[in-house]
Design a protein around this ligand. Structure first.
Ligand code: 1HN
Length: 360
């Protein structure tokens, strides 16, 4: 009954003994395992394009696309160095392709999005259909779809083209569900016309006849694989003429899968928003970590948690990351506002019923 109170050294000896059996006491880690609110190790961070671009072009001199397979500089969260991760669940990188190059065909279970940052003349082929890239386009490579990229020769108008790659790599690593294959040919054979997917699905209409290819549509991924900037921009313009901005986000739209009305990709949610001239946003935080690519204009992004605050002055082609449960506040001066593209892991949070957000 009256056992003497164990000393800390008794406990330590016990922990060391059970450790040899791969056992460890929950009570030493319980609070860290179940925090009162998200307490991510990720840090807010910004990559200014005027600093990153020269390094991308330097990479262009050091390695070919064929040699690199994908010539990408990974945007690593400063708190997750070495993990190829911008948040615990998201990967981001900036990819460069030069005129005349081909990034050879392969496929993998990781889903990818491309958001075109600069340059003309590049294309990507996905499951038999090619699409030409334009700055501001949001392009999807579904899980397990063959994909290769290329760029027209300089004589044919090809320029160095840079895009943001967003992938669910850390999620698939977490689930140990990664498979990949390299194709026998660098550039896949095309079996569809350029623009066919968009003609079928891109106009609030859907094909009535059965689709011959077994590969399309791609399960949970949108049958549209290039959402062109001209259309997204026009939607935001019209919205700005029609309604008052949301107090935190300005005029913000999410991209949709026309087959379901849901997210275009099962793991990555994508958005475009316009903060009008003079916008003074309210703060907003959410459990989904989010990666931003600045498309037009300038803004001040303030990202805060507790007593810590980061203030980024962002302009076109800059990138920044807002980790889970850090509060983002967007402000624009009166010189025209801004347009921002972003992606997050919100679809997964929603599928697991763990998505939370707060306006304040
Ligand atoms: C990949 O396949 C691409 O196809 C880009 O362009 C980035 C990062 C990790 C793994 C595969 C691409 C990637 C990637």
């Amino acid at each position: 009954m009256n056992t003497p109170k164990p000393s800390p050294t008794d406990r330590q000896a016990f922990y060391e003994r059970i450790s040899t059996q791969n056992l460890t006491p929950l009570w030493e880690v319980l609070h860290a395992l179940v925090p009162l609110q998200p307490n991510t190790a990720c840090q807010p961070a910004m990559w200014a394009y005027e600093q990153t671009r020269p390094e991308l072009m330097a990479a262009g001199q050091l390695i070919t696309a064929a040699e690199a397979v994908r010539r990408v500089l990974i945007l690593e969260n400063p708190a997750l160095r070495g993990q190829s991760a911008i948040t615990q669940s998201l990967y981001a990188g900036l990819q460069l392709i030069l005129p005349g190059e081909i990034a050879p065909s392969h496929r993998h279970t990781q889903s990818a999005l491309r958001f075109i940052v600069e340059g003309l003349g590049a294309y990507t082929s996905v499951a038999g259909e090619r699409t030409t890239m334009h700055p501001g386009d949001f392009i999807i490579t579904p899980s397990w779809a063959w994909h290769d990229h290329g760029c027209a020769a300089q004589a044919d108008g090809g320029e160095p083209v840079v895009w943001l790659d967003g992938l669910d790599i850390p999620m698939l690593r977490f689930f140990d569900a990664g498979f990949a294959q390299t194709a026998a040919v660098d550039a896949q054979l095309l079996s569809r016309s350029e623009g066919q997917s968009f003609a079928q699905w891109g106009h609030n209409m859907a094909p009535v006849r059965s689709i011959p290819s077994a590969m399309r549509p791609f399960g949970a991924t949108s049958p549209i694989f290039n959402y062109p900037y001209a259309r997204s921009r026009e939607a935001l313009d019209q919205l700005e003429r029609c309604e008052a901005p949301d107090p935190a986000h300005g005029h913000m739209l999410r991209y949709v899968n026309p087959q379901t009305g849901g997210w275009p990709m099962p793991t990555l949610g994508t958005f475009m928003q316009r903060c009008p001239s003079g916008f003074q946003g309210m703060g907003h935080r959410q459990t989904a970590g989010r990666v931003y690519s600045v498309v037009e204009g300038n803004a001040v992004a303030t990202i805060a948690r507790g007593d810590t605050s980061h203030r980024f002055n962002v302009s076109p082609r800059d990138h920044f990351v807002v980790p889970s449960w850090w509060r983002l506040t967007l402000n624009c001066d009166s010189n025209g506002g801004c347009v921002l593209f972003s992606y997050s892991d919100q679809p997964v949070h929603e599928a697991l019923s763990i998505f939370r957000q707060q306006l304040d």
